[in-house]
Design a protein around this ligand. Structure first.
Ligand SMILES: Cc1cc2nc3c(=O)[nH]c(=O)nc-3n(C[C@H](O)[C@H](O)[C@H](O)COP(=O)(O)OP(=O)(O)OC[C@H]3O[C@@H](n4cnc5c(N)ncnc54)[C@H](O)[C@@H]3O)c2cc1C
Length: 417
C-alpha cells in the first residue's frame, strides 16, 4: 500500500498496483473483446453530449494548469460554442512544466521508430506554427541538438542511433569545434539530430496569457474533487458538460475518484542552472552524463536525474554535483560558472512511459503521462484534445494513445462513494 496526498485534497490510499515498474504487461484486451474489468473505450459520444457540442454552449472544465491543460484549454476555447475553465490546485505552470529543460527532441529521446517517436516527430513539426500562434517570445530555437562522442562507445552509440532512426548527421571533431567552440576538445565528433528548444517557463506564462486573452477562466488554488462523475470545486458542484483531466503526476489520483484506475507514478528530475553569458552554445547538448540547454539571459540549464521517490520533491546535493561536473566535462568553459539555481520537478509517467490522450467517456477526456516529453508533445496533445472534444478524429499519430490498449493500462473501477 502506498499513501499519497491528493493536491489540495485529503490523503488518498491506493493499492500498490500502480507501480508499473513491478508489474508485468497490462492485460491486453483486443479491441472488441474487453477484459472483464476493462471499460469499452472511448465509445461514441452520448446523444446529449453530441447535442451539447454542436448546439448550445458546452461547459468544459480542464483540471490542471500545466502546459498540457493550458494548451488544451486554449485550443478548446477556439472551438465553437465552448466555455472553458481551468482549475488548478496551486499556481498554473509551476510544476513539471516549469521544471522542464525545454528540449523538443524526439530523435534524442527515442531508441527506435516506434509510435512514441512518431508522436514526437509529428508534434515537433507542429512547433513552429504553434509558437507563432502563441505570439510571445518563447526563446524558441530550431537549430537541432548535438550528441557529443567523448569516447569510442559514444561514437558507436551515435552511429547506431543514426542508422536506427534514419536521421541526423555525424560531424567530426574539427567541424564540431567550428560549430560549437565551447564543447570539449576531447570530443571525437558529434551526432547532430533535428530538434528544437523552447524556454518552458516562458511557454507556461504565454499559454496562461493566451488562455486569458481567449476567454478561458483560470481558477488557481482550488480544491478539486469528483463524486460519481460530478465535479466539486471548493466544496460546490460545478455545472459541467465535459471534464479534461490534465493534472500531470496527480492525474491517476483524480482519475481514480472518477472511477478510472490509471497505472502511473511521478518520476522526479533534478536540474540546475549555471550563470554564464549568452552565446556559449548555439544548440543544446545531449549526453548520457548531462544535457545542457542555453536560455537567453539565463545562462545554461543542466539536467537531469530520474528518481522514483513518489511525490517527494527534495533536492539531492550529490545529484547536483554529478550534473554540474558532467556539464563541465562537456563544456569546460562552465568550470567557473556559478550555480545560479537548482530545482526538481515531477514527470508524469504512466505504464511503460506511454502518454494517454483519450476520450475515456462522453463526459471525460484524459491527457497525461507525457513523462520526459510533455513540452515537445504540447502542440499535438492540445490539437488532439480539441478534436476529441468536438467529435473529430485526432491526428493519426495520437491514435495508439487515444484508445485503451494493452500498453496503457486503463481499468474501470466503481466510482468512489
Ligand atoms: C526536470 C525535468 C526536465 C524535463 N525536461 C523536458 C524537456 O526538455 N522536454 C520535454 O518535452 N519535456 C520535459 N520534461 C517533461 C515535461 O515537463 C512534462 O511532461 C510536462 O510538463 C507535463 O505537463 P503537465 O501539464 O501534464 O503536468 P504539470 O506541469 O505537472 O501540471 C500539472 C498541473 O496540475 C495541477 N494539479 C495537481 N493536482 C491537482 C488537483 N487535484 N486539482 C487541480 N489541479 C491539480 C498542478 O498544480 C499543476 O499545475 C521535463 C520534466 C522534468 C521534471
Amino acid at each position: 500500500m502506498s499513501s499519497r496526498r491528493l493536491r489540495g485534497g485529503a490523503p488518498e490510499s491506493t493499492s500498490g498496483g500502480d507501480d508499473d515498474r513491478s508489474q508485468g504487461e497490462a492485460p491486453s484486451g483486443a479491441a472488441g473483446s474487453p477484459q472483464p474489468n476493462e471499460p469499452a473505450l472511448p465509445g461514441p459520444p452520448e446523444p446529449r453530449s453530441a447535442r451539447k457540442l454542436f448546439g448550445s454552449l458546452t461547459r468544459i472544465s480542464v483540471i490542471g494548469g500545466g502546459v498540457i491543460g493550458l494548451a488544451a484549454a486554449w485550443r478548446l476555447a477556439a472551438e465553437p460554442g465552448t466555455q472553458v475553465t481551468v482549475y488548478d490546485a496551486a499556481t498554473v505552470a509551476r510544476e513539471a512544466s516549469w521544471a522542464a529543460a525545454g528540449m523538443l527532441a524526439p530523435h534524442h529521446e527515442s531508441e527506435s521508430c516506434d509510435d512514441r517517436w512518431a508522436l514526437g516527430v509529428a508534434s515537433l513539426a507542429r512547433w513552429p506554427g504553434f509558437a507563432r500562434q502563441l505570439g510571445h517570445d518563447l526563446d524558441f530555437r530550431c537549430a537541432g541538438g548535438l550528441v557529443p562522442a567523448l569516447d569510442a562507445e559514444d561514437a558507436a552509440a551515435a552511429q547506431h542511433r543514426m542508422a536506427t532512426l534514419g536521421v541526423g548527421s555525424w560531424i567530426d571533431g574539427g567541424e564540431l569545434r567550428r560549430r560549437e567552440s565551447a564543447v570539449t576538445t576531447a570530443a571525437l565528433g558529434a551526432l547532430w539530430l533535428p530538434a528544437a528548444q523552447v524556454d518552458a517557463r516562458r511557454l507556461g506564462a504565454a499559454l496562461a496569457d493566451a488562455c486569458a486573452r481567449n476567454g478561458v477562466a483560470i481558477r488557481s488554488r482550488c480544491q478539486v474533487s469528483v463524486r460519481e462523475r460530478r465535479l466539486i470545486v471548493d466544496g460546490a458542484e460545478i455545472a459541467n458538460d465535459l471534464t479534461v483531466l490534465a493534472a500531470g503526476a496527480w492525474t491517476p489520483e483524480l482519475a481514480e475518484l472518477s472511477g478510472i484506475a490509471l497505472s502511473g507514478e511521478p518520476v522526479k528530475g533534478q536540474m540546475l542552472r549555471l550563470a554564464v553569458a549568452d552565446g556559449l552554445l548555439s544548440t543544446f547538448i545531449h549526453h548520457p552524463d548531462a544535457y545542457l540547454v542555453a536560455r537567453s539571459g539565463q545562462g545554461v540549464v543542466v539536467g537531469a536525474t530520474m528518481a522514483w521517490t513518489g511525490f517527494d520533491k527534495a533536492e539531492d546535493a550529490a545529484a547536483i554535483d554529478r550534473l554540474a561536473s558532467g556539464a563541465r566535462r562537456l563544456v569546460p568553459a562552465l568550470a567557473s560558472a556559478p550555480i545560479a539555481e537548482t530545482w526538481t520537478g515531477l514527470r508524469p509517467r504512466l505504464h511503460r512511459g506511454r502518454p494517454l490522450i483519450a476520450r475515456i467517456r462522453p463526459d471525460l477526456i484524459i491527457a497525461t503521462g507525457h513523462f520526459r516529453n510533455g513540452i515537445l508533445l504540447t502542440p499535438i496533445t492540445a490539437e488532439a484534445v480539441a478534436a476529441l472534444a468536438s467529435g473529430r478524429a485526432p491526428p493519426p499519430e495520437v491514435l495508439p494513445f487515444a484508445f485503451a490498449s494493452g500498453s496503457t493500462q486503463v481499468l474501470s473501477r466503481p466510482a468512489s462513494p
